[in-house]
Design a protein around this ligand. Structure first.
Ligand code: C2E
Ligand code: MG
Ligand code: MG
Ligand code: MG
Length: 292
């Protein structure tokens, strides 16, 4: 009896493992060809100034249009791209396309729009990130001051000394640096003081609890104060409701991002919003009109 059960358990796990392994393999194969087959695309989510209601920038977020499975979100394939090293060419594709799009928007008259790009661990630690970016800026003609890189605390913590010198090099090129998902990592205040960062992005897991959840309220307020005291800009991500926006506005969080204003959208869909450029909801505390 026991023997049979044991065997069944073994078979169960082995089948599950088999299907997981083959799932991974097929995803890896797909990922290897995705660039050449032009299956990646970028969506852009506006970042809004809470005082003026103006769109001050956009964050580029990658998607994978997989022929069989449809649209795949980054959390489902970026980790595998990291493991396989494919993130290097994919990340370069993201940077090139984003800078090209930003330049096109500038030429269409949306001046001074800042564009931010997420940089993963392996990309950040790869030898020639600064050279790659220098080349892409030259190629696309985008001013470095319009480009912002988003890096998480955990990536910085892997090798803080190296991260600081790399960030310094990028800053010297005129690029801005944002610390993404701030509050979820373990960077110390003494390290933060030495980081050449411009912006803290408050993680959406804290924003989701405001107002109401006392510990989230305290955390968000503390991060905002920290940013203000250290001369850093603040962006709250994952703003979905008006009450969240009010909480952030009242504490002088300068910029917000989230579904309350807009989901990440294809460039063509976002363009009319850029033309208008303002969300009355942020400045005047009314419902957003065409943006939801
Ligand atoms: P992230 O950089 O922290 O991006 C914020 C995520 O929150 C995005 O998910 C965005 O669509 C989502 N979001 C925005 N507003 C709201 C909201 O109001 N409510 C909720 N619940 N979610 C909101 P997405 O696009 O699935 O991206 C997930 C993560 O994948 C990103 O987190 C980023 O770490 C990574 N990622 C995205 N694009 C790239 C890329 O081009 N390169 C690299 N290396 N990583 C990327
Ligand atoms: Mg980000
Ligand atoms: Mg984030
Ligand atoms: Mg995140």
């Amino acid at each position: 009896h026991a023997k049979e059960e044991g065997r069944n358990t073994y078979q169960f796990f082995s089948e599950e493992m088999n299907s997981r392994v083959s799932e991974r393999l097929s995803m890896e194969t797909g990922l290897r060809h995705a660039l050449a087959r032009n299956e990646f695309l970028l969506h852009y989510q506006p970042r809004v100034n809470t005082t003026t209601g103006r769109i001050v920038g956009v964050e580029a977020l990658i998607r994978w249009q997989q022929p069989q499975k449809g649209l795949i979100l980054p959390d489902a394939f970026i980790p595998l791209a990291e493991e396989t090293g494919l993130i290097i060419p994919i990340g370069e594709w993201v940077l090139r396309n984003t800078c090209t799009q930003a330049r096109a928007w500038q030429e269409a008259g949306f001046a001074q729009m800042r564009i931010s790009v997420n940089i993963s661990c392996r990309q950040f630690t790869h030898d020639n990130l600064p050279d790659t970016i220098r080349g892409i800026l030259r190629e696309t003609g985008l001013q470095p001051s319009c480009l912002e890189l988003e890096i998480t605390e955990s990536v910085i913590m892997l090798n803080p000394e190296r991260a600081i010198s790399l960030l310094n090099e990028l800053k010297e090129m005129g690029i801005s640096i944002a610390i993404d998902d701030f509050g979820t990592g373990y960077s110390s205040l003494s390290l933060l003081k030495r980081l050449p960062a411009d912006i803290l992005k408050i993680d959406k897991s804290f924003v989701s609890g405001i107002p109401g959840n006392k510990s989230d309220e305290t955390l968000v307020a503390t991060i905002i104060n920290l940013g203000h005291n250290m001369g850093l800009g603040l962006v709250a991500e994952g703003v979905e409701r008006q009450e969240q926006l009010h909480f952030l506005e009242e504490r002088n969080c300068q910029e917000v991002q989230g579904y309350y204003f807009s989901k990440p959208l294809p460039a063509e869909t976002l363009q009319p919003l850029l033309k208008n450029g303002t969300y009355p909801a942020a400045a005047g505390r009314q419902q957003p009109t065409d943006a939801r």
